[in-house]
Design a protein around this ligand. Structure first.
Ligand code: S3P
Length: 176
């Protein structure tokens, strides 16, 4: 299908990498969060507040199924929690080559300090929440990934170069 899929924790850079990669590879970019917000005509925060996380998770699976039918040669960045469902990990593989942008909890905390758009981090101790969630999620991201890119301390340019070099090459790899 030629799609490049970007997965990883909130704040790992999926959206920015997606946009820049789109420009560089001349492929359109799609973001599952934005697709869901467009369809629902409300923000992720509003969806969580009115209908709860479970409703949002169902929308994520529906969104993936639609993308499998509709997108070819796209960059697709997906919400940080999407690869937690087994069915979604299978759908991601169907959709394209999956890159896990892997970041340390400290990197994520630095980037997301003060963020109000992520409902899961609106709690008394976001730093601890990031640490716990990351511990729960890392293995699922790895299971979903064809390629793992460690992003801490790297420029966007470096990250894009690595993705570009590994795109089409479907061997499982890890970079440092
Ligand atoms: C979530 C990540 C968010 C968004 C929602 C839930 C998560 O996307 O889908 O707030 O569970 O990690 P980003 O990873 O783009 O921030």
């Amino acid at each position: 299908m030629g799609n490049v899929i970007l997965i990883g924790f909130m704040g790992c850079g999926k959206t920015t990498v997606g946009l820049r990669l789109s420009y560089r590879l001349r492929k359109p970019v799609t973001d599952t969060d934005k697709e869901i917000e467009r369809e629902e005509k409300r923000s992720i925060a509003d969806i969580f507040a009115s209908d709860g996380e479970e409703y949002f998770r169902r929308k994520e699976t529906e969104c993936l199924r639609k993308l499998i039918k509709s997108v070819r040669n796209h960059i697709v960045s997906v919400g940080g929690g999407l690869p937690m469902r087994e069915v979604n990990r299978e759908l991601l593989h169907e959709l394209g080559q999956v890159f896990y942008l892997r970041a340390k909890a400290e990197t994520i905390y630095e980037r997301l300090q003060g963020d109000t758009t992520r409902p899961l981090l609106q709690c008394s101790d976001p730093q601890e929440k990031i640490r716990v969630l990351m511990e729960q999620r890392d293995q699922h991201y790895k299971d979903a990934a064809d390629v793992i890119i460690q992003v801490d301390g790297k420029s966007f340019e470096q990250i894009l170069n690595e993705i570009e070099a590994l795109h089409h090459n479907r061997t499982i790899g890890r970079t440092n």
